[in-house]
Design a protein around this ligand. Structure first.
Ligand code: TTP
Ligand code: MG
Length: 347
């Protein structure tokens, strides 16, 4: 196994009963009462339910009539997607600022690679706890967090104890965690696949461990993924799923750069390597990123189709103004344009 990958620190965040949480946020009288979000007509289904309703067996995707049978006093609120998007954006904006790489995977779920970013917090778990607090204070919804060495394990961890859970699975504990984990808990193993596996007497991850690979050929291309998941292997990087629109280079310093002139020089020094990565592709804008020694970071962008030392120095000065303290990382980014080059230049 590639040990450098297994040393990553990944956090998975998943909001608790998200749509219901937003309804409770906007109408606190709902808190503590069983409530769900969805249609209220005969053929409607629920999108989600709060944890008070879940105690009655009410679930996501359940027909509303069935939920009412389980919980006659259930309060049902209509879906207000725009509002959920708004709250989602507020949460994602916070999370995005606290990691080395960020990947939002749904309206209420994101992965953060914090392999470097976690350091001032002593542990990735402490950072995850901090994020839970910041989101709750700033936005008013609770999130569950999972911390581990890859995306799969972090996701399994965040799901382990909800709501408000924080679970860490260290590499040394992965085998123990996975051994008795139901295969149906693995991402991609839906009820149908779980049933097929159960017919082969395969119920838990450890049931797959002694199998010869041929035993799972009926699962086609999913076979390898199943085997990998059962032992906690997942090499997928945390990466923004937006199309790549920039080329950049960053440098972290072991000693903070204290003066503006040092910071400026260090950023200008990135230009040749940045241009080499760019491979002569045209670009439309240029960004400078600074990460201060309190781990806040800032980015300044300008229109620019031909980088010069002077342009970079001006961007650095502008960015540094925002923090005015020592800097631990500088970065330079070329934002690509697909169309013909436009006329320059702000500087
Ligand atoms: P989930 O994160 O799957 O569920 P949840 O946040 O409601 O509850 P949990 O505490 O278990 O994480 O989904 C996020 C939102 O997506 C959910 O609030 C409503 C919506 N959703 C649907 O519209 N239909 C569905 O079938 C599911 C599962 C979710
Ligand atoms: Mg959720």
């Amino acid at each position: 196994m590639d040990s450098s990958i297994d040393q990553r620190k990944i956090i998975h965040i998943d909001c608790d009963c998200f749509f219901a949480s937003v309804e409770q946020l906007d109408d606190p009288s709902l808190i503590g009462q069983p409530m769900a979000v969805g249609g209220d007509s005969a053929r409607s289904v629920l999108t989600t339910a709060n944890y008070a309703a879940r105690a009655y067996g009410v679930r996501s995707a359940m027909p509303t009539w069935q939920a009412r049978e389980k919980c006659p006093q259930l309060i049902i609120r209509p879906v207000r997607m725009q509002r959920y998007q708004e709250v989602s954006q507020a949460i994602m904006t916070i999370l995005r600022q606290h990691c080395d790489a960020f990947e939002q995977v749904s309206v209420d779920e994101a992965y953060l690679d914090v392999s470097d970013y976690y350091r001032p917090y002593q542990s990735a778990q402490a950072l995850a706890q901090h994020l839970q607090q910041v989101v709750e204070q700033a936005v008013g919804v609770t999130v569950s967090a999972g911390v581990s060495y890859n995306k799969l394990m972090a996701k399994l961890a965040s799901d382990w104890r909800k709501p408000g859970g924080l679970t860490t699975i260290a590499p040394s504990k992965a085998t123990e965690f996975l051994a008795t984990l139901a295969l149906s808990k693995l991402p991609g193993v839906g009820p149908k696949t779980a049933k097929r596996l159960a017919e082969q007497s395969l119920h838990q991850c450890q049931d797959l461990w002694p199998l010869a690979p041929e035993a799972l050929t009926q699962y086609g291309s999913f076979r390898q993924r199943l085997l990998d998941m059962s032992v906690g292997i997942d090499h997928r990087p945390v990466s923004s799923n937006r199309q790549r629109k920039s080329v950049g280079i960053e440098r972290t310093f072991s000693r903070d750069l204290a003066t503006l002139s040092e910071i400026s020089q260090a950023t200008v020094a990135l230009i040749p390597a940045g241009l080499a990565r760019l491979k002569q592709r045209p670009y439309q804008r240029l960004s400078v990123k600074l990460k201060f020694n309190d781990f806040r970071q800032t980015t300044v962008t300008t229109r620019c189709t031909q980088v010069t030392d002077k342009v970079v120095q001006a961007l650095v000065a502008q960015a540094w103004q925002r923090g005015q303290r020592p800097v631990r990382l500088v970065g330079l980014q070329f934002l690509l344009g697909d169309g013909p080059q436009q006329l320059p230049l702000d500087f």
